[in-house]
Ligand binder design. Structure first.
Ligand SMILES: Nc1ncnc2c1ncn2[C@@H]1O[C@H](COP(=O)(O)OP(=O)(O)OP(=O)(O)O)[C@@H](O)[C@H]1O
Ligand SMILES: [Mg+2]
Length: 312
């Protein structure tokens, strides 16, 4: 009983430290590992392809401050299938991050709603969503292994079991040899892999990624895209992935959703008709280039519009 209480207060203390660390940090990063009750085993997802997993209905969002209001999202409707990889593209400031935060339940929309359909009635505390940001948002005082085990600890998974699962996920992203290292001892790419491992360890029903490789150099980014695809192909988790890169969207996604300039609305959707597993040489295919150019044609107008509307 005492031990339980100690663990509990230790977790609370760490949770407070965690919050303090984030709020004092200059980076605008947050981690959200949203613990929700209804859940299912990861393997169940594979049999659910074609079933709607994320339902975004009539979502609008307006940010209000003392002096002004900013209309960030205007009537977004989108259904993402179970096991589908959907990329969100749009000009800077069009509301992509806001939409992801709405799906993660970190932001309550001004209007509309989001439903994440559980694939099973089984309740095991598995979170509905896990969010991976561009910034690494790791706890500097924790080892790689303990960072990855964090969401499991928060969920009350026994420590031994949590560490075993965390080791397993680290092996999947090729970081097992660095389990005892601290974040400052890793390269940027490795830190981002730890961030992805932590999100996967939480076994979310849906993985939300907001420009996860945006801060990395081109080579590391290419390697991590391939790693992400390898892990995704083995798990077929539902992914909503925000990027500025048309090339990245075409390489990774099943479907690309293009948002207009602010307030973001869905302007167009593109099915990526490339076989899986994807490979580097596909980037040289005519169909790849044709699709990329088609998307750029549509995106360019929105980028121009966003730049005009930002001028004083
Ligand atoms: N907390 C906030 N308060 C007020 N306005 C906000 C807030 N967060 C975002 N905004 C505004 O809402 C709009 C959409 O922002 P958001 O971050 O969702 O865009 P984005 O598409 O992710 O942009 P980027 O591609 O640059 O990351 C922007 O005009 C932004 O200034
Ligand atoms: Mg953003």
């Amino acid at each position: 009983m005492n031990t339980d209480r100690k663990i509990c207060s230790h977790n609370r203390l760490e949770s407070l430290l965690w919050r303090a660390w984030f709020s004092s940090s200059l980076s605008l990063v947050l981690v959200s590992l949203h613990v929700i009750i209804r859940a299912s085993l990861a393997g169940d997802d594979k049999s659910m392809a074609g079933v709607t997993k994320i339902e975004i209905r009539d979502v609008e969002h307006v940010y209000h401050s003392d002096f002004s209001s900013v209309s960030a999202l205007g009537n977004v409707n989108l259904a993402v299938h179970d096991g589908e990889f959907v990329a969100l593209l749009g000009p800077s400031g069009c509301g992509k991050s806001s939409l992801l935060r709405v799906v993660a339940e970190l932001l309550r929309p001004t209007a509309g709603s989001v439903v994440i359909h559980s694939s099973s009635e089984k309740e095991n505390g598995r979170p509905k969503t896990a969010l991976v940001f561009q910034e690494y948002a790791l706890f500097p005082w924790r080892t790689v292994l303990d960072n990855v085990a964090f969401p499991l600890e928060m969920r009350g998974v026994p420590r031994h079991e949590g560490l075993t699962r965390a080791r397993d996920v680290l092996a999947r992203v090729g970081l097992q040899p660095f389990a005892r290292a601290y974040p400052h001892q890793l390269s940027g790419g490795m830190r981002q892999r730890v961030g992805i491992a932590r999100a996967l360890a939480a076994e979310p029903e849906v993985l939300l990624m907001d420009e996860p490789f945006g801060a990395l150099d081109a080579q590391t980014r290419t390697v991590l895209q391939e790693e992400l695809l390898r892990v995704w192909e083995s798990e077929r988790k539902t992914v909503l992935y925000v990027t500025h890169s048309i090339d990245e969207a075409v390489y990774l996604a099943d479907r690309i959703v293009l948002l207009t300039a602010r307030p973001g609305r869905i302007k167009a959707e593109y099915l990526v008709d490339l076989p899986r597993p994807r490979s580097m040489e596909m980037r040289g295919w005519n169909s790849y280039t044709k699709l990329s150019l088609e998307i750029w044609d549509a995106l360019r107008d929105e980028v121009d519009m966003a730049m005009v509307s930002e001028k004083p």
